[in-house]
Write a protein that binds this ligand. Sequence first.
Ligand code: DOR
Ligand code: ZN
Length: 344
Amino acid sequence: MTQTITIRRPDDWHLHLRDGAMLRAVLPETTRHFARAIIMPNLVPPVVTGAQAAAYRQRILDALPQGSDFAPLMTLYLTEETDPHDVAAAHASGLVHAVKLYPAGATTNSASGVANFDKVRPVLERMAEIGLPLCVHGEVTDPQIDIFDREAVFIDRVLDPIRRATPGLRVVMEHITTSDAVSYARAAGPDLAATITTHHLVINRNHILAGGIRPHYYCLPVAKREVHRLALRAAATSGEARFFLGTDSAPHTDANKLLPCGCAGCFTASNTLSILAQVFETEDALDRLEGFTSLNGPAFYGLPANTAKVTLERSGATYPSHIETADGPVTVFDPGFALDWKVL
Ligand code: DOR
Ligand code: ZN
C-alpha cells in the first residue's frame, strides 16, 4: 500500500479571500499548501477595473504570512459597463489572468453582474482576440427555473449561445455540479475547461437536507443528486486536461451562515488536499491527483507548473473545526469521514 505521495505544489483556480480581517485570517489556510490561486473579485464593491485589481493584489500581498511566496492571480468582475481597453491593458501588464462573469443576482455579491449579455459583447470579443479566459458562474437567475436545474438551463440558454457568438473565446465553467456540465465540457475543444470543487466531490443534496438542514453544506451552485456527484468524481479523476481544481473555498462567519437566510459557501481551504487525496484513492486514481491539482490548471491558463513539491503521508490528518477571525469564527468543511492523508 502506498504510504506517501509527492506531487508538484498545487494551485487553486477559484478562491474567495475577501478583504480586511477576513483576508488576514483565511489567507494562511491557502498559502500553507497552494502556490497560486485565481482570486475571485466579488468584494463589496466589486473589483471591476485594472486599478482596483492592482490595489486588491497589494492588500493580499501585504497580508501574506512571513516568507510566503504565494502568488495571487487576479481577476476582474465583469459588469455591463466594463471597458474592453481597461481589460486588455490589465491583461497585457500581466496583472489579470481572467474575467469573471456573474449573472446578476446569481450568488453572493453578484448584484453588479450581467443581466443583458448583449452589453458585454465588445468585452468578450476583445478577450477572444487576446486569449484572456472568461470564468463563468453558470446558473440562470430566472425564478421560474428550479434551483437544481439552473446550471443545465444556463448551458443551453446562455453559455452555448455566448460561445457560438464568440469563436475563440476561452471559457472556464466554474464549480460544475452536474453531469450535464461534464458532458458539455467533454464535447468541446481545448477552448473550454471546467473547475470542480472539493466539496462537490464529497456531498450531494441529501447531505444538505436529509435528517436536518446543514447550512455549512449550502453553497452555490447547490450540490445536486448523487448521480451528478458521481459524474463529477469520474471527471475529476479521469486525467482529462479540461478538468482541474477550483475549490471555491468561500469563507462566511458562522453568524452569517446560521441565519434564517444564510450565506452560500463552503470553506475548504484548510483540508482540501487531504480530502482530495482520499477521494482520488477511493476512485483508485491517486496517480491522477497531480494532474487535477497541479498540472491541468496551469496548462489551461498558459502558466508553468510549479517546480516545488508537496508530500502527503498516510498517517491521518487533523484540521481545526473553525478558523478564528476578528469578525467571528468560520467553520471548516467537514467531509464526514476521517482523513487518511496528511500534508507534510
Ligand atoms: O457558494 C458560493 N459562495 N458560491 C458562489 O458563487 C459565491 C461564493 C461566495 O462568494 O460566498
Ligand atoms: Zn466562487
